[in-house]
Design a protein around this ligand. Structure first.
Ligand SMILES: Nc1ncnc2c1ncn2[C@@H]1O[C@H](COP(=O)(O)OP(=O)(O)OP(=O)(O)O)[C@@H](O)[C@H]1O
Ligand SMILES: [Mg+2]
Length: 226
């Protein structure tokens, strides 16, 4: 369970200050498939980065499973992120010189997983995302949708409780985008992984079981379906 209470984030650039988040209160329960939507600049990425322990807030608190992650220092955040969170980015962020297999297994080697288990888990997750037979190709030898599948495998291979995805379908055509969504939804059901994604994409919003709309750094609406 993620608890976000009174979260504010201001960016200072020179003389000007942008209030990116102006007091966000939100609770996300385990296994939710939550979409954050809202106009450009409304604070979606800022909120994801705070939940993801990538950035620091100015006021308020974020706790994940009772752990006040927003109070951690940089080093503790990095460790927490590595062990507990998965990320999927709009531009995939794969390492170009590594194969699909290496891009995914890398995450496990950082966590100290032994060779045999590492290999077994990597092959298994790549198969689950539909990349069987393509494990030893580098990203530039794969399509955008296939690259995003590697990114999903990489986010899920450590079996995190939470996956954060910033506009995961933005660079995909709508058919591939829908396949990627179905895949994430399937992973959400299979592993009860919580997914939180930001999007401009109507289709992504339709897949969500809950839609939070941001406007100017505040929650404008919060709708549940199902
Ligand atoms: N590093 C930064 N330095 C200064 N201002 C920033 C920084 N990051 C974001 N902002 C500002 O904070 C506000 C929220 O930005 P954010 O990136 O969270 O919006 P967003 O909803 O993700 O937008 P988009 O849909 O375009 O991705 C914007 O006004 C933006 O200009
Ligand atoms: Mg953004």
């Amino acid at each position: 369970m993620i608890k976000i209470e009174g979260v504010r984030r201001n960016y200072k650039t020179g003389e000007t200050e942008v209030k990116a988040l102006r007091g966000i209160d939100l609770e996300v329960t385990d296994g939710e498939f939550l979409s954050i939507a809202g106009p450009s600049g409304s604070g979606k990425t800022t909120l994801l980065n705070l939940i993801g322990c990538i950035d620091s807030l100015d006021d308020g608190e974020i706790t994940i499973d009772g752990v006040p992650v927003s109070r951690m220092d940089r080093h503790a955040k990095t460790t927490y992120r590595r062990e507990n969170l998965g990320f999927i980015f709009q531009t995939y962020n794969l390492i170009p010189v590594l194969t699909a297999f290496e891009n995914v297994s890398f995450v496990l080697s950082i966590l100290g997983v032994g060779q045999e288990e590492l290999s077994e888990r990597t092959y298994r997750i790549l198969k689950e995302v539909g990349l069987e037979g393509m494990e030893h190709r580098r990203p530039d030898k794969l399509s955008g949708g296939q690259q995003q599948r590697i990114a999903i495998a990489r986010a899920l291979v450590k079996q995190p409780k939470i996956v954060l995805a910033d506009e995961p379908t933005a660079n995909l055509d709508s058919k591939t985008g829908e396949e990627i969504l179905q895949l994430m939804k399937q992973m959400n059901r299979t592993y009860n992984t919580t997914f939180i994604f930001s999007t401009h994409d109507k289709m992504v919003m339709e897949y969500a079981s809950r839609l939070v709309l941001l406007h100017d750094g505040e929650i404008a609406s919060d709708t549940r379906r199902e």
